[in-house]
Design a protein around this ligand. Sequence first.
Ligand code: NAD
Length: 326
Amino acid sequence: MRILVTGGAGFIGSAFVRGLLERDAARVTVLDALTYSGNPANLEPVAGRPGLTFVHGDIRDAGTVDEVMPGHDAVVHFAAESHVDRSIDDASPFVTTNVLGTQVLLDAARRHAVGRFVHVSTDEVYGSIEKGSWTEEQPVAPSSAYSATKAASDLLALAHHRTHGMDVVVTRCSNNYGPYQFPEKLIPLFVTRLLDGGRVPLYGDGGNVREWLHVEDHCRGVELVLRKGRPGGIYHIGGGAELSNRELVERLLAACGADWSSVDFVADRKGHDRRYALCADRIREELGFAPRIGFEEGLARTVAWYTENRAWWERTGGNALTAART
Ligand code: NAD
């Protein structure tokens, strides 16, 4: 199988590519624009493998996409602007990459009769839920420009299935954590700052609730959907640990040998969703998916990785960059 992976130099895309190539499970072309969060070092463990081709290019560029697309059996589309805070500051790259870029890819995949298109999305498209959990039938009600553009791209992908009969599948996952995550998102930002003895910013009262899934479990779910998902289907990839940000920070402080005196409570994020929760019955019942990495183990492994890979995160500059904004 030959797979085009967009955003394959980012946090989740690179984990997906490393996983496939380490098992010799496919040949892979990575298409990535190497924005601030894309990093060729994320692919170093598999660099030089004969199954890997890297193309430095933008999914918004129809000419590039048209050149790269032919010969692939499937597209797994991770490329996106992915940080909510950045979308509050400036929504325009979110609209062009997440919406327009997805449209460019769908058009090219249809023109070149690519077999399957897996569109990777997020629980954030549903907005906020106080109790219970969302099924895949829940209508989207996004709160931020990030989630609004992801919702728009999900709908475009599904429309290509309905209108053109394209073999499109959409996945929606909860918050991911693990190695190689650009240190602007909560876990790598807090861990890298705490390892340096620095201070960490916690939004509002810290009562926002998220589900946390290890990135390798997410990637295993995406691969299952790629190989066995129903055309036109939406699959939640969930079943991770549900924690308030306070509960998460408590664990991060303990893991890094710090305490609450390192935490600054800062003004809440604008439009901050209170809680996300996915019902993951469908992927479990249809495809036999269940997470394998428990949160305590996954978090310990993640903290160990950032401890041992200081050179990786110092070179990203992400920690200092976020310090300027909080
Ligand atoms: P990331 O920001 O780490 O990586 C995004 C990648 O896309 C980078 O390599 C970047 O260079 C590339 N990219 C951005 N714009 C591009 C463009 N115009 N053309 C080509 N490449 C471009 O993001 P991530 O956390 O790895 O997220 C990957 C996908 O998973 C996104 O679609 C995101 O919405 C989704 N997702 C993320 C999470 C999470 O917790 N991080 C949870 C659920 C879903």
